[in-house]
Design a protein around this ligand. Structure first.
Ligand SMILES: O=P(O)(O)OC[C@H]1O[C@H](O[C@H]2O[C@H](CO)[C@@H](O)[C@H](O)[C@H]2O)[C@H](O)[C@@H](O)[C@@H]1O
Ligand SMILES: O=c1ccn([C@@H]2O[C@H](COP(=O)(O)OP(=O)(O)O)[C@@H](O)[C@H]2O)c(=O)[nH]1
Length: 533
C-alpha cells in the first residue's frame, strides 16, 4: 500500500540543505524517507501566474514530491489569514488574538477544494492517504465529495482546544463536522482527544454510544499518537559535535568559556512563550545574583509567519525585553541574554543542546514540542543537562522527569532554572535516563508505525456518494457520514504529568527501533484510547 502524505508545506530536500524550522516538516520527512511514497502540498512559493497552479513533481530517492504554488491572495487568506490568524490562536487557547474574517475563511475552503482536485489524479486505488494539520481539516470532505473512497487519516499537530474555546470561532460547527470524512483522526495527547470529542458532540450533534460517538453513517476513530523524533540520529549528531565541532559550536564554546549555558530554541511564535521566558531568566538573575556573570542564555528564534501582525509585534517585544534585561543586568564583559533570529541546521542545534546545562522549553501551549525531545536526545549520558518544561506542552504528558513548570509564573520558572543549575550529577543522570528511555521508546518510527497500523487496520470506509472522479468508484449515493469516536478510557496516573492524563499506544520494545508496536487491539494492556471497536 503506497503512503500519500498531504501537508500544507512541503520542502523538497536539496543538496545544500537549509535549516528547516518547524516540527511537522522535520518529522514527516524522516517518516516518509524511510518508507517511500508521495508527499503533496504547497511549495512554499507564491505565484500569481496560471502556471503556478499546476502540480510539479520531483523524485528524491523513494519519495515523489508533488507541489503547487499559492497565489498571493491564497497565501493571504488561507495561510496567513484563516490558518494562522484564526485557527492557530484559537487552537492555542488564545481567543484574544483570534482574528476571523469571512474572506479568509472562503479562501481557506477554496484552497482545500483546489488541493483536493489537484491530488485526485495522482491517487491510486489502494493508497493510504494521510493528511496533516489544521490548514487542511476539510480536505478529506472535499476528496470524499469527489468520490475518493481510500482510507484517509488526519493528524492534528497542534492542540485541540476545549469545545467552549473552539466554539467561539465562526463556522466552527461546520468545520469540525468535516472531521467525519476521516477514518482516523490522530491528535498529540489525551487532553486533545477529550476536547475534540466534546466538540464533536456539542457543536455538531455527534452522539456518544457505548463510549463511541456516532454521526450519520460514517465512522471516525479519534486517538492520541504523541509524535517523536529520530532519537538515535540526534544522539549521534550531538556526540559527533564534541569530536568535530562546527564553526558556530566552536565560537559558542570560546565565547562562553567556563560559563554555563541555558538554551531556548523556538520559531518566533507567541505560543512558545519566548518573552515570558526571557523575563523568567531576568528574574532568576535578580533573585540569585551569585549566578551573574557565570551563566548565559542563548535563545535561537528563527522568524516565522512574519506577515502576520501578531508575529511582528512579538518580534518587537522580544527585542525590547532582551535589550532591557541586558542593559539592566549585563556587565562590560558579560551579556546575559543572546537572541539569535536565524534558523540553524540540526547539526548545529545538536551541538548547542549538548553544550547547554539547561534546556528551557516553556511554551504557553504547544501541540508536542520536538525541541524538548531533541534536547534530551543530545545530552551526554555521563554528564547530562536538565530540561525545564512547560506543563502546557504536549511533551509534558510523557516527560514527567523534566522540571515541570507553569510558564505564566515567572518566579516558578526562575526557581526551576536555579534548581536545574544546582542539581547534583546523580539526579541529573537519573532524570535523563528515564526521559531518554521514553523518547526512545516512542520515537518517530514508533509514531509513524502506530498511526499507519491503526489507519490500515480500519475497515474500508463507507461510501459517501457516487464519485465523479477518483481512484475508487462507488455506486452508492449520498450515504450520510457516520462518525465514530472512541472515548478515552480512564488512565492510570503518570508521574510528573502536565495537565490531563496521557494514554499512549504501547511503546516499542527496547533496542528494536523498527519493532511493530501494539496499538489498536490491546486496551487492557496498554490502556490507550483505542481504535475501531
Ligand atoms: O509551516 P509554518 O507556518 O512555518 O510553521 C511550522 C510548523 O509549526 C507547527 O508545528 C507543530 O507540529 C510539531 C510536530 O508535530 C509539534 O511538535 C508542534 O507542537 C506544533 O506546533 C505546525 O503545526 C505545522 O503545521 C507548521 O508547519
Ligand atoms: O533554528 C532552528 C530552529 C528549530 N528547528 C527545528 O524545528 C523544529 C521545531 O519543532 P517543534 O515541535 O519544537 O515546534 P514547531 O515549530 O513545529 O511548532 C525542531 O525539530 C527543531 O530542531 C531547526 O531545525 N532550526
Amino acid at each position: 500500500m503506497r503512503l500519500v502524505i498531504v501537508s500544507n508545506r512541503v520542502t523538497i530536500p536539496d543538496r545544500h540543505e537549509k535549516a528547516a524550522a518547524g516540527g511537522l516538516a522535520v518529522a514527516l520527512r524522516e517518516a516518509l524517507e524511510k518508507r517511500g511514497g508521495l508527499w503533496f502540498g504547497w511549495s512554499g512559493d507564491v505565484n500569481d501566474a496560471a502556471a503556478g497552479q499546476a502540480v510539479r513533481t520531483v523524485q528524491r530517492g523513494k519519495v515523489t514530491y508533488a507541489v503547487t504554488d499559492l497565489t498571493e491572495s491564497e497565501r493571504q487568506t488561507y495561510y496567513l489569514g484563516f490558518s494562522n490568524r484564526a485557527l492557530w490562536p484559537n487552537m492555542h487557547y488564545r481567543l484574544g488574538l483570534t482574528e476571523f474574517s469571512r474572506t479568509d475563511y472562503a479562501g481557506y475552503l477554496a484552497v482545500n477544494r483546489r488541493f483536493a482536485k489537484a491530488l485526485i489524479p495522482l491517487l491510486k486505488p489502494d493508497d493510504l492517504i494521510w493528511i496533516h494539520d489544521y490548514h487542511l481539516i476539510p480536505l478529506a470532505a472535499e476528496l470524499r465529495r469527489r468520490g475518493v473512497t481510500n482510507r484517509i487519516g488526519y493528524f492534528h499537530h497542534i492542540p485541540w482546544p476545549p469545545a467552549e474555546v473552539f466554539g467561539a470561532l465562526p463556522f466552527s460547527a461546520t468545520l469540525i463536522s468535516t472531521m467525519g470524512a476521516y477514518d482516523l483522526v490522530g491528535v498529540q495527547t489525551q487532553v486533545d482527544v477529550r476536547n475534540l470529542i466534546s466538540g464533536l458532540v456539542s457543536l455538531c450533534g455527534a452522539r456518544m454510544e457505548g463510549g463511541k460517538v456516532r454521526m450519520g453513517r460514517r465512522e471516525t476513530t479519534v486517538q492520541a499518537f504523541p509524535i517523536g523524533i529520530d532519537v538515535e540520529a540526534f544522539r549521534k549528531l550531538a556526540a559527533a559535535s564534541e569530536r568535530a565541532a562546527t564553526r558556530p559550536i566552536k565560537a559558542t564554546r570560546e565565547s562562553l568559556g567556563a560559563r554555563k549555558l541555558v538554551i531556548g530554541v523556538d520559531r518566533l511564535d507567541y505560543s512558545k512563550g519566548i518573552v515570558q521566558r526571557l523575563e523568567a531568566f531576568g528574574q532568576f538573575l535578580r533573585s540569585h545574583p551569585e549566578h551573574r556573570g557565570r551563566v548565559g542564555m542563548l535563545q535561537i528564534a528563527p522568524p516565522s509567519r512574519t506577515d502576520v501582525p501578531e508575529y511582528a509585534e512579538l518580534d518587537r517585544q522580544s527585542d525590547e525585553t532582551a535589550g532591557r534585561l541586558n542593559a539592566a543586568l549585563g556587565e562590560f564583559d558579560w551579556t546575559p541574554i543572546r537572541v539569535v533570529k536565524k534558523a540553524y541546521s540540526r547539526n548545529a542545534l545538536a551541538g548547542f543542546y549538548r553544550r547547554a546545562q539547561v534546556g528551557l522549553v516553556t511554551p504557553m501551549r504547544d501541540g508536542m514540542n520536538l525541541v524538548a525531545k531533541e534536547y534530551i536526545a543530545a545530552q551526554d549520558p555521563a554528564d547530562p543537562g536538565v530540561l525545564v518544561l512547560s506543563r502546557f506542552a504536549g511533551a509534558a504528558q510523557q516527560m514527567g522527569e523534566a522540571l515541570i513548570v507553569n510558564p505564566y509564573d515567572t518566579h516558578e520558572v526562575a526557581e526551576a532554572i536555579r534548581t536545574a543549575l544546582a542539581m547534583p550529577k546523580s539526579e541529573r543522570i537519573r532524570r535523563f535516563e528515564r526521559l531518554y528511555e521514553i523518547i526512545d521508546a516512542t520515537d518517530i518510527g514508533w509514531w509513524t508505525q502506530c498511526y499507519l497500523d491503526a489507519l490500515s487496520g480500519i475497515e474500508a470506509p463507507a461510501q459517501d456518494s457516487a464519485p465523479k472522479s477518483g481512484p475508487k468508484r462507488s455506486a452508492s449515493k449520498k450515504a450520510a457520514p457516520r462518525l465514530r469516536v472512541v472515548k478515552p478510557s480512564p488512565q492510570p496516573e503518570m508521574e510528573g504529568r502536565g495537565e490531563g492524563e496521557a494514554a499512549l499506544p504501547a511503546e516499542k520494545p527496547k533496542g528494536r527501533a523498527s519493532a511493530k508496536p501494539a496499538v489498536a487491539a490491546t486496551p487492557a494492556r496498554n490502556g490507550a484510547a483505542l481504535g475501531p471497536a
